[in-house]
Design a protein around this ligand. Sequence first.
Ligand SMILES: [Zn+2]
Length: 71
Amino acid sequence: MPIYEFGCPSCGGITTELCKIGDNGEQLRCEECGNTGLIKHISGFSSLGICGGAGSGSCSPGCSGNCAGCH
Ligand SMILES: [Zn+2]
């Protein structure tokens, strides 16, 4: 399974989890503050591949962050 990084919009903490493809991390909790609603990053592209769009689950590695042309 792929490894995804999830960023916390509340405290900015990063939680790394093994996830099924299509898993958007909604059920995850921030390791730092326990907040839910984490935003999925693409592992290895954590500064470029931030995609927070609703239902985003298949962002391509080169996604610029707004998912335009991504999915
Ligand atoms: Zn947090």
